[in-house]
Every structure is written in structure tokens, then in C-alpha cells.
Design a protein around this ligand. Sequence first.
Ligand code: GTP
Ligand code: ZN
Length: 224
Amino acid sequence: MSDTRPPQVLPSRKPLQNLERYSEADIPTERGEMKTVVFRDRRNGREHVALVVGQVAGKEGVPVRVHSECLTSEVFGSLKCDCRQQLDRALDFVTQAGVGVVLYLRQEGRGIGLGNKIKAYALQAKGYDTYEANRQLGFADDLRSYDIAAEMLRSLDVRSVDLITNNPLKIAGLVEEGIPVRRRIPSRTEHNPHNVGYLKTKRERTGHLIELFAEEEDSEAKAG
Ligand SMILES: Nc1nc2c(ncn2[C@@H]2O[C@H](COP(=O)(O)OP(=O)(O)OP(=O)(O)O)[C@@H](O)[C@H]2O)c(=O)[nH]1
Ligand SMILES: [Zn+2]
């Protein structure tokens, strides 16, 4: 017999501007139950997802990850970046804490889309770094915006966030959109020979607060 009870609906107190709060249901996952709320962008039909654990409405300091889609690592296991690990660690964090939100935003390739990200990877194979490759294709370094994330958090009635990120621009972007960030929770991942250049570039060029390189720095220092 299937359960015909309607899914429990979260309160939605704030009017939405560009998004429609389209559907929601509880989903059992490997890590426990998560409420899945789908928002549709009225401007382009894109669907963004909020995974909600515990009671977040009206709360301060809610652990939140604002995650950008990365099909290549999350589905295909690409080693060129650390996105899948960051998503996994964030899901671990909120489920272990028993409270939190992971926003899964459809801003693939820092907003340039999958096809262009693969073009950028082809350029990276010729020696361009992650930002230079974007520019060669005529894009800015990062096309993402945080208005969507802010609207989703307001709809969930999250009052302030503890943001799981290494990216200072992401903190500034959310604050600019009116979401108070109480503190940063570092997003720690492992590096590998395929993504170490990418991580170093992010650290050097956009100030990502990545603490991965203690061993390398030791050996660089020893080498003189
Ligand atoms: N254009 C482009 N996008 C990439 C590349 N590698 C990963 N991405 C995308 O970058 C996004 C992740 O952004 P990051 O800058 O790695 O990390 P972040 O999310 O800004 O910062 P954190 O919160 O610390 O994870 C995802 O949408 C990936 O698809 C690349 O080489 N080129
Ligand atoms: Zn990635």
C-alpha cells in the first residue's frame, strides 16, 4: 500500500521575486531523510534545489552550503576539481548536525554551462589555467550570482547562516543579497595530481581559503 499522505510543507513566509517554490517532498537518502524543495526560475525555467535537514525556519546560524552544479565530478567522478567532495562533506555536515541546508544551484561551470566548461577544459589541456580559459572563451572568471540563493534562503525563513565555503566572494555575494553570514565553516577536501593546479589557482587568484598544501609548502621550503 502506498502512503497517500501529502508531504509536510515547510513554511514560506517571504514573497518570491524570480523564483516559484514549485514542489517539495521528504526523500530518504544514504545519510538520512532530507526535505527536497524545488524552486523554478521564472525567467529561464531552471530548477534549483534546497535540501533541508531539521528545523531551519526562524533560526540563526543555520549551517548552509551554497553549491554550484558540477556534472563532471558529481556524476562522472572527474578528478579535475573538488566539487563532489565539497558536496559530500556538506551533506555529511548538515546530516550529522541534524540541521542545515544544502542549496544545489544549476550554475554549471561557474555559470558558463557544461558545454563551455568542457571547451575550457580543452584549453586547460593546452596550458591555460581555469580563469584564463574562461577569458579565452569570452567569459568573465565567474558568472554566478547569489540572488537565487538568497531568495531560496528567505523562502525557507533562514535568518542567518554559517556558510560552508572556502570562497570569500561567495560570502560577500550572499551578504550583498541581504543574507547575514554569521561565520564561515571551512570546506576541507583532498587534492590529487589532477586538481592541485586548479586549487592553487583558486587560492592565488581569487583568494580561496584553501588549507591543503602544508606538505607541499614544507617540501618547497626544504628545496629552497
Ligand atoms: N568554468 C569553469 N568552471 C569550473 C571549472 N572547474 C570547476 N568549475 C565549476 O566551478 C563551480 C565550483 O566553483 P568553485 O570556484 O570551485 O568553488 P566555489 O563553489 O566557488 O567555492 P567553495 O564554496 O569554496 O566550494 C562548479 O559549478 C563547477 O562546475 C573550470 O575549470 N572552469
Ligand atoms: Zn567541479
